[in-house]
Write a protein that binds this ligand. Structure first.
Ligand SMILES: [Zn+2]
Ligand SMILES: [Zn+2]
Length: 406
């Protein structure tokens, strides 16, 4: 899933140290996956590509969560076990990017960069496998289905993805057009939002549009409810904290001279702070029930709780950012977003850090936000992404990046 975007301030470049063959192979795999996008839990072809590549590298692997794959690279030297996660699913969007490797399937598109995430993890797997004689520890490769929904992280955890070997720290990459190609972004603390959904139905009493006093009109009640809900963000939440309350759909009524007896709305609730998230449902209920009562109507509110917020472990984030800078990476500290991401479940289980991978590059049209039909990905970022995953596995593996105790 995706958050907001902005233009980056200035160009940043980093010199790649992986071999050209590794980078070229990852680009080829990215294009192959890009042409054949698959939605959540339909990633059979992508799963087969991952298995084919891991087989070619001699890396042990197993299927998980239907269309996911767990691979294991065992270093020859003792050390810690890291989890490296890549999501594999596409979005129900018809591609309009103009890229040579554009989707060949109408209505499906890799518009969130998950094709590149999968290809970069395969690239990192190659580097680690080829250097396993000097690699301390173990890298658990987590190829995850269905990040865009309904969610593949939790099923992978439930099926033991983090258990054998026991993963001690986890990371992931997500492409980010806010950052220039060649740079990465590491921000401690909450970096993505909890994405919860609500469905609201207001019921009154229908009637003739000319005789409102004989009915209970839910249209003005709905209008008052929408305005009153703005109070949650505007007046009830610390201005320095974050919450979004968005009504995305509204539907009701029959014709101009009929008083509506029912209005349905749906909306999304985005929060970073678990305490603010927990309190939000109560505030929502108090307002919709109170406004409905004031109008003599009745409100029914159904909550659907989505992914929790991604919280980057503060100590691990700072330690890995320092390590990455020492190894020549350009490390930014981008602002959190209100997008959602089910990496949150991995990071709840073990210390985790979500790393943003800069892809902004006007020269190749890599300027659009994720989830856009025009989205393009600067493949020049792929070597940096591979190196980032490798650096995490090596740095945490040999103890250079300390694993925080919990
Ligand atoms: Zn997305
Ligand atoms: Zn995504």
């Amino acid at each position: 899933m995706w958050g907001s975007t902005r233009r980056p301030a200035k160009p940043k470049m980093m010199t790649a140290t992986i071999s050209p063959e590794t980078a070229e192979r990852a680009v080829a795999i990215r294009r192959e996956i890009h042409r054949h996008p698959e939605l959540g839990f339909e990633e059979h072809n992508t799963q087969a590509i991952v298995e084919r590549e891991l087989d070619a590298l001699g890396i042990e692997h197993r299927r998980i969560a239907a269309t996911g794959v767990v691979g294991i690279v065992r270093g020859a030297l003792p050390g810690h076990a890291t989890g490296l996660r890549a999501d594999m699913d596409a979005l129900p969007i018809t591609e309009d990017s103009g890229e040579d490797c554009a989707s060949e399937i109408p209505g499906k598109m890799h518009a969130c960069g998950h094709d590149s995430h999968t290809a970069m993890l395969l690239g990192a797997a190659r580097v680690l496998q080829e250097s396993r004689e000097t690699f301390h520890g173990t890298a658990v490769l987590l190829f995850q289905p269905a990040e865009e929904g309904p969610g593949g992280a939790q099923p992978m955890i439930d099926e033991g993805a983090l258990d054998d070997p026991r993963v001690e720290a986890v990371t992931m990459l997500h492409i980010d057009p806010r950052l220039e190609t060649g740079s990465i972004g590491i921000t401690p603390g909450p970096v993505n939002a909890a994405a919860d959904e609500f469905h609201l139905t207001i019921r009154g009493k229908g009637g003739h549009g000319a005789y409102p006093h004989k009915a209970i009109d839910v249209i003005p009640c709905a209008a008052a409810t929408i305005l009153a809900l703005q109070n949650i963000a505007a007046r009830e939440t610390d201005p320095l904290a974050s919450i979004v309350v968005t009504i995305g759909t509204i539907e009701g009524g029959y014709r101009n001279n009929v008083i509506a007896d029912r209005v349905k709305m749906t909306g999304t609730l985005r929060t970073h702070d678990p305490a603010i998230r927990d309190a939000a449902e109560g505030k929502l209920r108090r307002i919709v029930d109170g406004v409905a009562a004031a109008y003599g109507a009745h409100a029914q509110l159904d909550m659907i709780f989505g992914y929790p917020p991604v919280v980057n472990d503060a100590d691990l984030s700072e330690a890995f950012a320092s390590y990455a800078r020492e190894h020549g990476f350009v490390v930014e500290r981008p602002a959190p977003t209100m997008g959602g991401e089910d990496f949150a479940y991995f990071a709840q289980r073990v210390p985790g850090v979500m790393v943003r991978l800069g892809i902004y590059n006007e020269a190749v049209g890599s300027i659009h936000s994720g989830h856009s039909p025009q989205f393009r990905l600067d493949e020049g970022a792929i070597p940096t992404g591979i190196e980032t995953l490798v650096a995490f596995a090596r740095g945490v593996g040999d103890g250079s990046v300390a694993i925080p105790s919990r």
